[in-house]
Write a protein that binds this ligand. Structure first.
Ligand SMILES: Cc1nc2ccc(C(=O)NCC(C)C)cc2n2c(-c3cc(OC(C)(C)C)ccc3Cl)nnc12
Ligand SMILES: [Mg+2]
Ligand SMILES: [Zn+2]
Length: 344
């Protein structure tokens, strides 16, 4: 099923001397989208090493590299839901582990950190740049496979991840104790499925309640809620960067949304306003998205870790950026420019 990974690709990553100690690499302000595509897998290996996961689980580096190269290849190249998004998602989880001392302070076990980073890298594998509802409306193959389960795309991302782990010489977690191995796969399943917006809206009130009373690190339920929070915060982490990154990411995601809207129109269907290039107001829907999806997630995170409040401040600033740009969009709209053209 999978494209092969050849030995020289593996060797190139293993010998890459790139010091991952990019001076700003450990700052929340740093956007991992700046890292060249060809160096990202090397940076991922450095993350596993830096979190001591290679030693803790006696991971064979060549298996890890082969796994990572196959995951990278398993991503298609839609504007937003590609490997670069997966890499930036993993980088944010890495930043949280480092900056909030999650391992030293026993918020996370080694196994949970291993599952979290790996889930971030795999959570959108083989994404086509279209939503779950589009799969169902277009009667896609994935919908026929998974619509009874719900979370159509997320079940597909999970099954692709398991396929890659079952590919020769790619099962880098094979060295785990049997109980750790099973626990790791259970965590990867929960975390990838947590990235469905519907699942997220179910979990959010429980995460808010947990943050108010403080995490009980002995409670499996709390640990699971905490891990899912880190997963969704990482999936949204572009929104914690400066407005230049936020604007370019919006351009990518609306290119995807508008392409889906065009396809829905060609299917004789009426797209959501947010996906209709004639009707969408990017600034309005980004303010909504920040207010109703992003800010609640990072408010919970800031309740748990005061160091995360700077991320909330950045989000407030980015909301202000969209509010101000509404005037600009408004003016251009009068001139008949679509909102995407205004962005570029
Ligand atoms: C820049 C940016 N704008 C977005 C604008 C709208 C929406 C959207 O789905 N609106 C539907 C209504 C019903 C709310 C998502 C957007 N979005 C995401 C995103 C976040 C997700 O949410 C969790 C699971 C929490 C990570 C899941 C999937 C995606 Cl694509 N990532 N970046 C963006
Ligand atoms: Mg996803
Ligand atoms: Zn994602």
């Amino acid at each position: 099923y999978h494209m092969k990974v050849n030995a020289c690709d593996v060797i190139n990553v293993l010998i890459c001397g790139k010091s991952h100690h990019h001076p700003r690499y450990l700052e929340f302000r740093f956007s991992p989208r700046e890292i060249p595509y060809g160096e990202t897998v090397c940076f991922v290996v450095k993350m596993y090493e830096d979190l001591n996961l290679i030693n803790a689980f006696r991971i064979k580096k060549d298996l890890l590299v082969r796994f990572l190269l196959l995951v990278q290849k398993a991503y298609r190249d839609p504007p937003y839901h590609n490997w670069t998004h997966a890499f930036s998602t993993a980088h944010f989880s890495y930043l949280c582990i480092k900056n909030f001392d999650l391992l030293e302070k026993n918020y996370l076990t080694d196994l949970e950190a291993l599952a979290l980073i790996t889930s971030c890298l795999c959570h959108d594998i083989d994404h086509r740049g279209t939503t779950n509802s589009f799969q169902i409306q277009s009667n896609s193959l994935l919908a026929s496979l998974y619509s009874s389960e719900g979370s159509v795309m997320e079940h597909h991302h999970l099954s692709q991840t398991l396929c890659i782990l079952n590919t020769t010489d790619c099962n880098f977690i094979e060295s785990l104790e049997q109980s750790d191995y099973v626990k790791c796969l259970d965590l990867i399943r929960d975390l990838i499925l947590a990235t469905d917006l519907a699942t997220h809206f179910d979990l959010l009130p429980k995460q808010q309640e947990m943050a108010e009373r403080g995490i009980d690190l002995e409670s499996d339920k709390d640990k699971s809620l905490f891990l899912s929070l880190l997963m969704t915060a990482s999936d949204l982490s572009d929104q914690t960067k400066e407005c230049g990154v936020v604007r370019s990411v919006a351009e990518l995601i609306y290119t995807e949304f508008f392409t889906q809207g065009d396809m829905e129109k060609n299917m004789g269907r009426k797209p959501m306003e947010m996906m209709d290039r004639e009707k969408a107001s990017i600034a309005d829907s980004q303010v909504d998205f920040l207010e109703h999806v992003c800010v609640p997630v990072f408010t919970v995170l800031a309740n748990l870790f005061p160091g995360a409040s700077v991320l909330l401040e950045t989000m407030e600033a980015n909301t202000e950026y969209w509010e101000v740009s509404k005037q600009v969009f408004g003016k251009y709209a009068l001139e008949g420019k679509t909102s995407l053209e205004v962005l570029t």
